[in-house]
Ligand binder design. Structure first.
Ligand code: G1P
Length: 287
């Protein structure tokens, strides 16, 4: 393989979650459940399925529930055990000492800044970035599909999805080049272009496989859209030097940063479950 294998994943979880207030006043938005699992756990499981061995959370004040979630819960486990039940909810990778690291982003200065906060832990290796808000439902998972592409083309990869023209201002937007199956060459990137100025409607979705050089670029990255340090701007500056591709996910994305998208994700997952699916389906039919 021409590129180093992917072992590390960064989860930026420092965001304030203002769109879900008051639910997120004292609780991280990443802990909002899709049925009975917090959003962040789906992203973590997706990463582990893709072969990730080291998980790096870029966190912030008020986010300690995430650390507790990915830890043993002694009292809970003992009580469940005494009642003859098990609390078998975490993958063994998470319980291996040292495989999970937390670093603080002291101020919300943008996604690029959050990723840069993980630079010492990432070191000189490629790494994935997963935004838990983009809930990716499919088999194999989105990151695994991207790793399969990475093993062929190497370099940098982003998940790409077409969005309606009136939504392009909410996303990083790709100037697309040649297409080959699920892969699209990335020729340019712009973060949240003003309405009517987007180079296409192919948008960046919150899954990335990046080469470590992006950390150096982020080091000197000026503020961009929304006055924040944007990962998209730093990636744009890498295009000339390294291969860069978009990967179309064979599956469904739910935008859980949005209330309607969050409810849709809950309904989709609930309907697919053997235990509650039939009851939820009956209820929806009645509605
Ligand atoms: C971030 C990225 C953007 C990307 C989006 C995907 O934006 O900056 O390029 O398209 O995630 O969800 P945010 O949603 O944090 O504003």
């Amino acid at each position: 393989m021409p590129f180093k294998p992917l072992r590390k994943a960064v989860f930026p979880v420092g965001g304030l979650g203002t769109r879900f207030l008051p639910a997120t006043k004292a609780m991280p938005k990443e802990m909002l459940p899709i049925v009975d699992r917090p959003l962040i756990q789906y992203a973590v499981e997706e990463a582990i399925e893709a072969g990730i061995e080291q998980l790096i959370f870029v966190t912030g004040r008020g986010k300690s529930a995430i650390e507790d979630h990915f830890d043993i819960a002694f009292e809970l486990e003992t009580t469940m055990h005494e009642r003859g039940k098990s609390l078998d909810i975490l993958d063994a990778t998470l319980l291996k000492p040292g495989s999970v690291a937390y670093v603080r982003q002291q101020e919300p200065m943008g996604l690029g800044h959050a990723v840069w906060c993980a630079r010492h832990i990432v070191g000189d290796e490629p790494f994935a970035v997963l935004l838990a808000d983009d809930f990716m439902l499919g088999k194999p998972g989105c990151l695994k599909q991207m790793v399969e592409a990475y093993n062929k083309v190497g370099g940098n990869l982003i998940c790409a999805e077409e969005v309606p023209d009136d939504q392009t201002h909410r996303y990083g937007i790709i100037t697309p080049g040649a297409r080959d199956g699920a892969l699209t060459e990335v020729k340019g990137l712009v973060e949240k272009p003003a309405a009517g100025t987007a180079p296409s409607n192919l948008s960046v979705i919150g899954r990335y496989i990046l080469q470590p050089e992006v950390m150096k670029v982020l080091e000197g990255q000026e503020k961009g859209a929304g006055g924040e340090i944007q990962l998209t701007d730093a990636m744009a500056r890498m295009i000339a030097d390294q291969p860069f591709h978009g990967v179309t996910f064979a599956g469904t994305r739910y935008d859980c940063g949005d209330k309607a998208g969050f409810i849709e994700a809950n309904i989709a997952v609930a309907l697919g479950r053997d235990d509650i699916g039939p009851a939820v389906r009956d209820f929806i039919a009645k509605l």
